[in-house]
Design a binder for this molecule. Structure first.
Ligand code: ADP
Ligand code: MG
Ligand code: MG
Ligand code: MG
Ligand code: MG
Length: 717
């Protein structure tokens, strides 16, 4: 969540008067950092994940699950543990942070992991430990769960309260939601202010509509019933609402959609993020670009959200929901009554400067390109394993979506010698207003602080984030954050995805792979990734030739299934031509002993075979680490092949098969209780995944890609 400053937050009417002040000083702060660290080099790979949990309370007598609002109390004690360890001069086991909802906790490793590949084998144990530490501070009946979305969030009586049930307050307060009480927001001043100022800036509540899953007994068209909280409204408005088929007091609710009206529906979801430090800015830019292409692929693989507000959805992911949940654009910015001269009718868009295509929580809008060393050096300057960026694959044609940016900020950055692409990136982030402005922090020392810069930067919640070094620390370098993944139910799954991603970054830089895809196609992929069962049903745009020998010359973008992208053409085709029996792999599916190159047969190599090839070449891991990594790769590969279900598919199956289910898309409290219980029991039993065992042998992905060499054959450990 970036910086959590303390102070007096300004209400929107006041805060907005300081928008320019924050932007102007924020850019000065960025330039101070830039001038200090633009040619910083020889940083090492550091990386770390972020896991978000929910505290779920089980009422076994009533067979009901609710969200517990005690996460904030627990957080204080967990943070005290962390502080104690630091005071003793020890590395804490975990680092804890507040999250938007009072039922959420975020935990990262106590310290980031380093570049030695053997460290990859430690993360799973650390994730288990974090879960234990958090769980140890809970009360009987309370359980720490890593669910992307609590299935009953926003249904009647979904929050555990000491006395009376907590009720939403549609006519007053912060959310003014029909479904979510304000009690769900973490008390820290930042969070309620964020929610309130988004609503006020937007001039109305956020509107989230998710297509409903139509089952045999789901009415067609399906329409939102009027919510019980209408009772809080006056009698005339209520009577009017109850007499219309589509509840009229829900003007934003669409037919055949599950309607949600509060920031909590999105920011109250949990996700898995991974941050990487690059050896210098050029490598960070390279990783930002190539990983951006992978954000939809990892979203589809990690899909875990088939239920919203107690209804089965026709999507499997949270992304569009969270995007809409913090969409603070004014009606004008969203396109209403926006004149040709780019001016907006004052009545609907006070404060509007631009027409803006996306929410501030959305996919990236421009690639950064590699940049050029500003100190005139030609040598890479990174000796670490897999660090180099000699080949410039970037082309302007890949930046093919409209980029709205602030021309004055752009010019300011250009005048300070920031190159065009990076200047456009920040001038784009800076089209947004700061949402939470603290009175005490209006005047800052722009050399020592980056608070104004972070204010804008960390409320641009995009699929990737480009993180400059902080203003004050001398030992943190340029980092990129991968932000699209959904949290997984088990520690094994979360570790597998985090580790696979780290290995993919090493593979990209070591083999100098080219993943560039026009951004319009990346956006199309992000939309497809969220659809129901996308791993097995959808295709995704991808670059067909990604290896260095023709990665730059053969511009061929094709639609491929996730299986082919992850496991390679050979594995995917073999599987298609002869479905595997449940009892092992038929001999005809064994991989050829000597694989041919992709050049020879238009064969896409697959990310997992490339990672295997990288690991072979790196020769840097102990056999025990390698066994652990192979197991993660088999898991990712099996999920990509559809042999293991995503969490979303597994959850959906459990609900569809529940004896109480009436085939009407409705998830009852008992169904939710049984589901959460089944998840918790299996997680506690220590299973790797809920949908089946990780295949012990997956010969199809044990392929190696010939002819690839590490750029730095003698890595420094
Ligand atoms: P944010 O919420 O802003 O994304 P967090 O501090 O919550 O940031 O998490 C960032 C992640 O980055 C953590 O896993 C942390 O361990 C990791 N990390 C910390 N320092 C570095 C570094 N120098 N390089 C890479 N990762 C780091
Ligand atoms: Mg978080
Ligand atoms: Mg964080
Ligand atoms: Mg969050
Ligand atoms: Mg983060």
């Amino acid at each position: 969540m970036g910086l959590l400053s303390l102070g007096t937050p300004l209400p929107w009417a006041e805060a907005k008067q300081y928008s320019d002040h924050v932007r102007q000083n924020g850019i000065v702060q960025f330039l101070n950092i830039w001038n200090r660290v633009k040619s910083r080099r020889r940083d090492k790979l550091y990386w770390g994940d972020e896991i978000e949990y929910m505290v779920v309370h089980f009422d076994h007598d009533a067979q009901k699950v609710r969200l517990s609002l005690r996460a904030s109390d627990v957080l204080e004690r967990l943070q005290a543990l962390e502080a104690d360890a630091l005071a003793r001069g020890e590395a804490p086991e975990a680092s804890w942070k507040p999250e938007f909802a009072r039922y959420m906790l975020e935990a990262t490793p106590g310290l980031p992991y380093g570049s030695h590949l053997d460290e990859l084998a430690q993360i799973e144990a650390n994730m288990r430990r974090r879960r234990q530490l958090g769980q140890a501070h809970l009360r009987p009946g309370e359980v720490l769960m890593s669910l992307t979305n609590f299935p009953m969030l926003g249904t009647d009586d979904f929050l555990r309260a000491a006395f009376e049930p907590l009720r939403p307050t549609p006519a007053a307060g912060i959310f003014q939601s029909f479904f979510v009480p304000d009690d769900a927001i973490t008390g820290h001043a930042r969070f309620p202010t964020l929610a309130k100022n988004i609503r006020e800036r937007r001039t109305g509540k956020v509107a989230i509509n998710v297509p409903i899953f139509h089952d045999t007994h789901t009415p067609r068209p399906w329409r939102e019933p009027c919510p019980p909280s209408l009772a809080a409204l006056d009698a005339a408005r209520r009577a009017q609402a109850l007499h219309t088929p589509l509840c009229e007091l829900l003007p934003d609710a669409l037919e055949d959609h599950i309607y949600m009206d509060a920031m909590c529906f999105g920011m109250g979801c949990s996700c898995l993020q991974v941050t990487f430090q690059a050896c210098r800015i050029e490598e960070a830019r390279k990783l930002y670009d190539h990983l951006a292409v992978l954000t939809p692929v990892f979203l589809a693989l990690s899909a875990g959200t088939p239920v919203f507000r107690g209804h089965l959805a026709d999507v499997d992911c949270r992304w569009n929901v969270i995007s809409a949940s913090v969409d603070d654009r004014t009606p004008c910015e969203r396109g209403a009554r926006h004149n040709a001269d780019r001016r907006c009718d004052a009545a609907v868009g006070s404060g509007t400067r631009f027409k803006i295509a996306k929410s501030r929580y959305d996919s990236i809008d421009s690639y950064l390109g590699p940049g050029h060393p500003t100190d005139g050096s030609e040598t890479p300057g990174c000796t670490e394993l897999g660090s180099h960026y000699e080949t410039d694959y970037y082309r302007d044609a890949y930046n093919d979506i409209e980029l709205t940016y602030d021309p004055e900020i752009y010019q300011r950055l250009r005048d300070a010698s920031v190159d065009e692409l990076l200047a456009k990136h920040y001038a784009h982030l800076f089209i947004r207003d700061p949402l939470v402005v603290f009175r005490e922090l209006l005047d800052q020392d722009n050399v020592k602080s980056s608070d104004h810069f972070e204010n804008i930067q960390s409320t641009n919640w995009q699929t990737m984030r480009f993180k400059p070094p902080p203003a004050t620390s001398s030992d943190i370098g340029w980092r990129v954050e991968f932000r699209s993944m959904e949290i997984q139910l088990t520690d094994f799954e979360n570790a597998a995805f985090a580790v696979f991603l780290v290995l993919v970054t090493r593979m990209i830089v070591s083999f100098n792979v080219n993943l560039y895809l026009p951004l319009s196609q990346v956006d199309e992929n992000l939309a497809r990734a969220q659809r129901r069962d996308a791993v097995r049903q959808e295709t995704f745009w991808f670059r067909r030739h990604i290896l260095p020998k023709d990665g730059n010359t053969r511009e061929h973008f094709a639609e491929m299934g996730i299986d082919e992208i992850i496991n390679g053409t050979r594995a995917a085709q073999a599987r298609k031509s002869r479905p595997e029996s449940p009892h092992g792999t038929p001999s005809s599916l064994r991989p050829p002993t000597t694989a041919t190159t992709d050049d020879e047969a238009d064969v896409f190599p697959g990310l997992v075979p490339l990672v295997h090839t990288f690991l072979d070449a790196a020769q840097q891991v102990t056999p025990s680490t390698r066994r652990t990594l192979d197991r993660y790769l088999r898991f990712v590969s099996a999920r990509a092949a559809g042999r293991l279900p995503t969490n979303a598919m597994w959850i959906r199956q459990q609900l569809l098969r529940h004896p109480d289910y009436r085939h009407d898309s409705v998830v009852t409290p008992t169904m939710a209780y049984d589901l959460c219980r089944a998840i918790h029991d299996q997680v506690e039993a220590g299973v790797d995944t809920l949908g089946g065992d990780v295949p012990e042998l997956e010969p199809l992905v044990a392929q190696r890609i010939p002819g690839l060499q590490l750029r730095h054959p003698s890595p420094q450990p």
